[in-house]
Design a protein around this ligand. Structure first.
Ligand SMILES: C[S@@+](CC[C@H](N)C(=O)[O-])C[C@H]1O[C@@H](n2cnc3c(N)ncnc32)[C@H](O)[C@@H]1O
Length: 265
C-alpha cells in the first residue's frame, strides 16, 4: 500500500529529475524536446520503482542531447551503447554525466546483419532509442535487431514517427509488425516518438500510462491529454499529446465513449 506522503515524495523526485535532465540536456545540441525528456524521465522512474534494469542503446546520437538523458538514468553495472555514423564530437561532456557508455561508430542498419556487432553488444537491452537515418530499410533492420535483444519489460522508441517528412518510419514499423510474426506492439505515441513493448508487457505499461505517465507529465509544465479510441488486438495503443485548448478532459472521448478504453483489466 503506497501512502499519500510516499506518492508525494515520488512526484517531487520525478519533478526534480525532469528539471535536472532538462537543464543538463540544454547544454548539448540536439533534437529531443522537453516533453520527450519528461516522458523518458517518467519511464525511467517507473523502471526504477519496478526493478526493470539493463543496458540502453541509441542509434543516432548527433551531439548527445538525448544521450545525456539516457546516461543520467544508468544504474551501476549498466552501459549505454551510443551508435552514430559520425564520431561523438565531445567526449568530455557525456563523461561529466556518466562514464558508463561505449560509443560505436557505424551505421545502425548494417548492424542487424553484422556478427561482429552482435558479439560486441549485450544480448539484452531495457531501452532502445532509434534516431538515426529513418529510412525504410533502416527501421526494419533496427527493429529486427531489437526484436531478439529486448529484455522483458524493455521499450523500443522510434523517433520521427508521424513526422510528415519521414512517413516511411510509420510504414516500415507497421510493415515489420505485420509481416515478421513480431512479438512487439505499439504502446503510446507521443511527441514525434512511438514507444513499443513486448505484447505480454502491454498491461504492465498500460497501468503506468493511465495511472502515472499522464499525471507526471501534467505535474510538470505540460497540459496533455491521453487518447485511445479502439482496443483492437492489432492496434490498441495510446496517444499522449498537448491539449489544443485548456479545460479539455485528461482522457479523450470519455464524454461520448465512456471510460472503456482507460479501464485496467
Ligand atoms: C536527428 S540526429 C540525432 C539526434 C539526437 N538523438 C538528439 O535527440 O539530440 C540523427 C543522427 O543520426 C546519425 N545517423 C544517420 N544515419 C545513421 C545510421 N544509419 N546509423 C546510425 N546513425 C545514423 C547522424 O549522423 C546524426 O548524428
Amino acid at each position: 500500500e503506497i501512502s499519500h506522503s510516499d506518492e508525494w515524495s515520488v512526484r517531487v523526485s520525478f519533478l526534480e529529475s525532469y528539471s535536472e535532465a532538462k537543464t543538463t540536456a540544454s547544454k548539448f545540441e540536439g533534437m529531443i524536446s522537453p516533453l520527450s525528456i519528461a516522458i523518458f524521465q517518467s519511464l525511467f522512474a517507473f523502471h526504477k520503482a519496478n526493478d526493470v534494469t539493463g543496458d540502453l542503446i541509441e542509434f543516432g546520437v548527433f551531439r548527445g542531447k538525448s544521450a545525456s538523458v539516457l546516461l543520467r538514468n544508468l544504474n551501476s553495472g549498466e552501459t549505454a551503447y551510443l551508435v552514430d555514423v559520425v564520431g561523438c564530437p565531445d567526449f568530455a561532456r557525456p563523461d561529466a554525466i556518466s562514464g558508463q557508455y561505449e560509443f560505436i561508430k557505424g551505421k545502425g542498419n548494417t548492424f542487424s546483419v553484422s556478427d561482429a556487432f552482435a558479439k560486441s553488444v549485450p544480448a539484452s537491452f531495457r531501452l532502445s532509442h532509434h534516431d538515426g537515418s529513418h529510412r525504410f530499410n533502416n527501421v526494419i533492420a533496427e527493429m529486427t535487431f531489437m526484436e531478439t535483444r529486448l529484455a522483458p519489460r524493455g521499450i523500443v522508441i522510434l523517433d520521427d514517427f508521424l513526422n510528415p517528412a519521414y512517413m516511411q518510419v510509420v510504414a516500415a514499423s507497421f510493415n515489420y509488425l505485420a509481416t515478421r510474426s513480431s512479438g512487439l506492439e505499439f504502446l503510446p505515441y507521443s511527441n514525434n516518438k512511438a514507444y513499443l513493448c513486448h505484447k505480454e508487457d502491454f498491461d504492465f505499461y498500460s497501468r503506468f500510462i493511465i495511472e502515472k505517465l499522464l499525471s507526471d507529465i501534467n505535474s510538470a509544465e505540460f497540459d496533455c491529454m491521453l487518447a485511445r479510441s479502439d482496443n483492437h488486438p492489432v492496434y490498441r495503443a495510446f496517444s499522449l499529446y498537448p491539449k489544443n485548448r485548456p479545460g479539455l478532459p485528461d482522457f479523450y472521448g470519455t464524454d461520448f465513449l465512456g471510460d472503456k478504453y482507460y479501464r485496467l483489466g
